[in-house]
Ligand binder design. Structure first.
Ligand code: AKG
Ligand code: FE2
Length: 223
């Protein structure tokens, strides 16, 4: 396999970079709200703690996950799916904090996707060595709505592929405060995250926090 080097999309904050016809990276877009967003994440995980899900094939995911919103993404031997309750507690997932919903909707609109109404907010916690293999986000049922993804804390290398698993990939660094939105003809692009490098971040310590927003149906209500 060809050796690829990771590159920074840009060092400027507040820049919008197209990484596909329907995909954009907004550098530094959420830096201002970083503290408030992390506070909201802490509130959620106080009620629905981070856990390592098991893949349908029986492997423990290295990334720890939680959810808030009307539904949450879960995985176990029975498969990948969305469900309205946290399997650890049997309770409904915590309500999506207002700051998270507002941030997701405003970024979707900036990328040209109006009326984004996410009912799922998946929170991923990466520690050194944790990774996410190349995959498509395709459990949502509604692939007309985009995915909005926020990066906080330690930087990570995002792997951005095509519509086929075997297609060429690009690698770029997602830093604290960056957001990526992909929808339209880019909605089913393969993507993943390379093993996280160890580090220390003032806001998240030894972690990277990634938050993705999804819309599973043509819902007009969310929580
Ligand atoms: O951590 C990231 O930047 C991407 C996460 C992701 O692809 C997912 O949760 O489906
Ligand atoms: Fe994904």
């Amino acid at each position: 396999m060809q050796q690829q080097s990771d590159f920074f999309l840009s060092t400027d904050q507040d820049e919008q970079l197209a990484i596909g016809p329907g995909a954009f990276c907004f550098k530094g877009a959420i830096i201002q709200d970083g503290v408030e967003i992390i506070r909201a994440v802490n509130d959620v995980v106080a009620k629905a703690e981070f856990r390592h899900l098991i893949t349908p094939g029986g492997r423990r995911m290295s990334v720890a996950m939680s959810n808030c919103g009307r539904q949450g993404w879960v995985s176990d031997h029975a498969g990948y799916r969305y469900q309205t309750t946290d399997p650890l507690t049997g309770n409904a997932w915590p309500v999506m904090p207002r700051i998270l919903l507002a941030t997701a909707q405003s970024l979707a609109a900036r990328a040209g996707f109006g009326n984004f109404n996410p009912d799922v907010c998946l929170i991923n916690r990466y520690r050194a060595g944790d990774r996410m293999g190349l995959h498509q986000d395709r459990d949502e049922g509604n692939v007309t709505a985009p995915i909005v993804s926020l990066s906080l804390g330690l930087p990570a290398t995002f792997i951005w592929g095509g519509l086929q698993r075997s297609g060429p990939t690009q690698r770029f660094i997602l830093e604290h405060g960056d957001a990526v939105v992909w929808g339209g003809e880019d909605r089913l692009r393969f993507h993943g995250v390379a093993p996280l490098k160890a580090g220390e971040h003032p806001l998240t310590k030894d972690c990277r926090i990634n938050i993705t927003f999804r819309q599973t149906g043509s819902l007009d209500t969310c929580r």
